[in-house]
Every structure is written in C-alpha cells, then in structure tokens.
Design a protein around this ligand. Structure first.
Ligand SMILES: *Cc1c(COP(=O)(O)O)cnc(C)c1O
Length: 373
C-alpha cells in the first residue's frame, strides 16, 4: 500500500465477502464450521490477509491456499486459523509445514512416506484422484496410504477429491467421480477419516449435496461473487461482487474524423470523437484482448475501449464532442459495481472472471473499504 496519490486502484468490499459467506454457509450442513474458505492467489485478487480475517471471524473452519509462501504470509500476518495448502508438497517443504502449523495434501505414496518421516505432526488431507488427473492417489492406492499414515500416528484430517466438471452444463462426470470416491470410503470402513471434502464453489451452488458423510465445502470464487461462467452467474443470486478496478481519466481530447487512436492505428474515428485516456494498461491487469472490445463505466454510463490497450494507458470513446459529461479526474470502473461485471469483462476478453481478478498488476494500489456495520 502506497501513500502517494494514485490514479488507479483496486478496491475490496469486505462487507460483500462477509455477506456472501453468510449466505453460502446457510446452505452448508453444519454452517460455517464446515466451510473451507479458499484464499489462494491473494484471495482471488481481493487481499488474502483482510479476507482471511473476515472468514475466520465468520466462523470458517479452515482456510486454503495454493502454495506454501501464501500460507507463510498468512502466518506472518498473525492469522492463526487452520490452513490447508492445496499444492502437492515437495518432500523437502514438509518441515516448514510443521513449523508453520499447516495442513498438508497427501497426493502420493511418496508424500505419505515423507510426512511420516519428516513431519509427523502435520495433519494430512489424503487426496484421491477420481478423474481430474491433476493430483492425488489412484483410488486403488488411497486406502493403503490412509492406513499407513494412521499406523504411524499421523492425523488424517480428511479424505478428499476435486471435481473436473462441477460447473459444466450437465454434471454427468461428477457422479462418476463421486462413485469412485465413495468406493475408497467404503474400502476404508471404520478407518475412514472423520471428514471428506469434494465440493468446490460451483458444486456447492449448483449441485445437490455430493455425500451424506460429514463434509467440508471448499468455497472460492463464490465467496467473492465471481462466476466461473454464465450459468454460474445465473445460479449466484444474492451473492455480491466484492472487487472494483478503478482508473481515473488523466487526459481528454477530441480527434478529427479519419484520425486513429493508439498503437497500430486499429481504430479510426468516423466523425469527430471525444477520447478519454485512462490510467490503466495491460501491466495493471486490463487485458490487452479488450482492445476495441471492452467497455468501462464512467458516471453510470458505458464507454467502449478504442484502439489497442497499452501497457500503462487505455483510451475510451466518449462519442461526439459536447456529449458525455466526463472530466479529467473522473473515475472509470474497469470491472465491478458501476462498470461491467467481472464476468462480462472476462467474456469480452475470452477468459473467466477468476483470471481477471487474479491478474491485477502488482503496482496497482489496494484499498479495502471500511465495512458499514
Ligand atoms: C481453487 C480451488 C477450489 C475453489 O474453487 P472455486 O471454483 O473457486 O470455488 C477448491 N478446491 C481446490 C482443490 C482448488 O484448487
């Protein structure tokens, strides 16, 4: 956070995240005590530490990050809650897990052995690869790993898996993944860990419960009001967006008919046109793919991006001179309340809102809105 005046910032509405958690946890059997709040990638661009504090205050049972340095950052900032690192640990990282009091994914027989040898105090979440084929033990190998950990005195906190198609229009493969997972649980019988976790945000919002066993739900994008696709956006009634990316107008001009704007002259004025230059470019997280495609919101109206998005600046058309009441210093919302939704901006850029939210540039100052009680 810088104290210098800024013409560009990203703004997090913690009240929206608190609201979203309460609403989502209302539909979780067991309430927030069965929520794993996913705060990886700086809480999807919203600020991991302030978001983690809100989730813990609201009673989320455990937090999840993707990578060990993210967990270390939470600990450095005084977050003492349970934290699961979703990555497959490299064996040499495990002593750091133990030192930081983190929970580890056991994703292979090798990791199980490494936990037993190097970090037996770490709680293990044994991951079963039921068809995503990214991480995890094959269903046939998972029971042995659980028994081996338990026999060595390691706490196996949960058995879990990750779904490949929770946000697909027809979740047929989800049922197959659940079948494969259930077979592992049945095989373990009385030795099955006390908890399972299968559902991510889209599964929680769009599918009926996947298991009758005590289960955590791993909520990510939905906590932030971020939809992974159009169908999810439709299913997320009542959830609020929590992030705005705002750039101020730093220059205004009128270009004549026939004049072009920005690198490569990809947009040419068909009539005299008022052009506003915004203090944001692709290095700040406005995708270059929005050149001649995206829109921003200024004063409640929408204006199209014209010409190529540059590294540090972007131009928008305000239409005919004397039309739009826009001045230097005005705020343009690139996405979020007052501008296009992250979903709409992402679709125009050919990506998803998660990518937009997580690629805000490191040089963009962060503001956290005070909660209105
Ligand atoms: C990121 C992640 C989640 C959260 O997914 P959302 O779609 O954002 O809800 C859950 N589980 C795992 C393993 C993840 O990597």
């Amino acid at each position: 956070m810088t104290d210098a005046p800024a013409a560009l910032w990203a703004e997090t509405d913690l009240g929206a995240i608190r609201h979203n958690l309460r609403q989502l946890a209302g539909a979780v059997p067991g309430g927030p005590g069965r929520v794993m709040g996913v705060v990886k990638a700086d809480a999807y661009g919203h600020g991991a530490v302030p978001v983690a504090r809100v989730l813990v205050e609201e009673g989320a049972e455990v937090l999840a990050v993707a990578k060990l340095p993210e967990a270390a950052e939470l600990r450095r900032s005084g977050v003492e809650a349970r934290v699961l690192v979703l990555a497959a640990p490299l064996p040499e990282f495990l002593p750091a897990y133990e030192r930081l009091g983190l929970e580890a994914v056991v994703s292979s027989a090798e990791v199980a052995r490494a936990v037993i040898e190097a970090a037996p105090g770490v709680a293990a979440h044994v991951k079963v690869d039921t068809g995503m084929h990214r991480l995890g033990l094959a269903p046939a190998d998972a029971p042995a790993a659980v028994r081996q950990l338990q026999a060595a005195g390691v706490t196996v906190a949960a058995l879990w898996t990750h779904l490949a198609t929770a946000d697909a229009a027809r979740p047929g493969f989800v049922l197959e993944q659940v079948r494969r997972f259930d077979a592992v649980v049945r095989d373990l019988g009385d030795e099955a860990p006390p908890l399972v976790h299968l559902a991510n945000g889209p599964a929680h919002v769009r599918l009926p419960p996947l298991t009758s066993r005590p289960a955590l739900v791993r909520l990510g994008g939905v906590l932030y009001g971020l939809a992974s696709d159009r169908a999810m956006a439709g299913a997320m009634t009542g959830l609020r967006p929590a992030l705005r990316l705002v750039a101020r107008v730093v220059h205004l001009q009128t270009v004549d008919r026939g004049e072009s704007v920005s690198y490569g002259q990809t947009w040419t004025a068909e009539r005299p046109t008022r052009i506003a230059t915004l203090a944001i470019g692709y290095a700040d997280g406005l995708p270059r793919a929005l050149s001649n495609r995206g829109e921003v919101g200024i004063g409640g109206a929408r204006y199209p991006i014209v010409g190529r998005v540059c590294m540090d600046m972007t131009m928008v058309s305000l239409g005919a001179p004397g039309g739009a009441p826009v001045g230097v210093g005005d705020e343009a919302v690139v996405f979020g309340p007052g501008g296009p939704s992250a979903e709409d901006a992402a679709r125009a850029a050919g990506t998803i809102s998660y990518e937009l939210a997580t690629q805000i540039g490191a040089r963009v100052p962060r503001r956290v809105l005070a909660e209105g009680g």
